[in-house]
Design a protein around this ligand. Sequence first.
Ligand code: SF4
Ligand code: SF4
Length: 393
Amino acid sequence: MGEKAGAQANIKVSVLPCQSYDSKLLDRCIAQAARDAGFPDITGKRILVKPNLLKAAAPDEAVTTHPKFVAAVLRFLWKQKAASIQIGDSPGHQNGKAVGKASGVFQAAMDGKATWVDFSPGNPRPAPEAKLVKSFKLASALDDCDLVVNLPKLKTHRLATYTGAIKNLFGLLPGLAKSSMHLRFSDKIQFGTMLVDLGLSIKNCFHFLDAIVAMQGEGPGNGEPFPLGLVFASKNAAALDWVAASTIGYDPRRIPYLVDAIQRNGLDKESPSIDTGDYTIEKNRAKGFRLLPYTAQSNASLSEIPHYLEPLALRFLAERPIFHKELCIGCSACIRICPTDALELSRLKDGKFQVRIDDRACITCYCCHEVCPVGAISIAKIVWRPSQQKKKK
Ligand code: SF4
Ligand code: SF4
């Protein structure tokens, strides 16, 4: 997660206005943000750049880190006399290079003289400060780098509520290792704790958050672009995410993994000592940013249900994926990503595709919602839907 603070430390987060992806504007902004946030001396150092390449999407869809943002960071890193720059990501169900090409990030990397790396097969790395996961299998490229430069995109997120610096590091797990984490930590609080464990295990890290055009609504894969016009930078992912989530209108004290992260960085969640210079969240809070509701960790309406029925009720009251056959193009992305094999795709007589879900197998990780390329999956509370049950083989 980068530099960890002592109990009373003042952590710096730089927040700068940047209204477009104009290269000259970006060069100035990245250099100043780095200066303000205490970017380290990287003379002769080996750098690994980690953008957000969730899935194949054009740059203006705000699904991925913008290629011009990546290009500006690469120019900055060479100017700071980096010895080498590797770049890559590991999307859950697609090839990293293919997503890089679709998003323009691969071309930006080639133009910026960085080396594209595959994160597979991954090597075990200890996480000594972890509460839950004492060792992660992470991108092999980490073994050959002195500093990770994390380039997340600011987005809403169905599972995590908000995604920025901490969540983007989850992509350091190669390919389907991410699915097994969803399976292992189907409890949303535990999943968040695992994310913080992972972040704290990456010691040398600096974060530039692309919030020039952020994603609102059905993030992280199917929301709409929102021109926020900001760049955030920090050595500390928890502090950066705290400020960024507050800026778009969330109360980070209601997002458990952000609370866990801020406390494990020695800060008080009621008034964390974060130095943002002249930037004040109150004056700059985004107006009209469409937020997702806070992810339910448990269900309040269960209070009216007898205790002995609670486990059963939880299954059917939690928010679950709803599949819209009028939009589905039958690509199977949801089937491939589902960690519990809860989905089945079939073709109907009228030629349309239908995805059936086994509600009992679904762990509400929302990975299917993230990867659907056409927004054919929504998330909603259901009570019972016998007609949607996946047919047993
Ligand atoms: S159906 Fe979707 S939300 Fe449910 S477990 Fe599978 S991927 Fe996760
Ligand atoms: S619901 Fe979406 S991801 Fe699943 S098969 Fe249909 S189009 Fe593909």
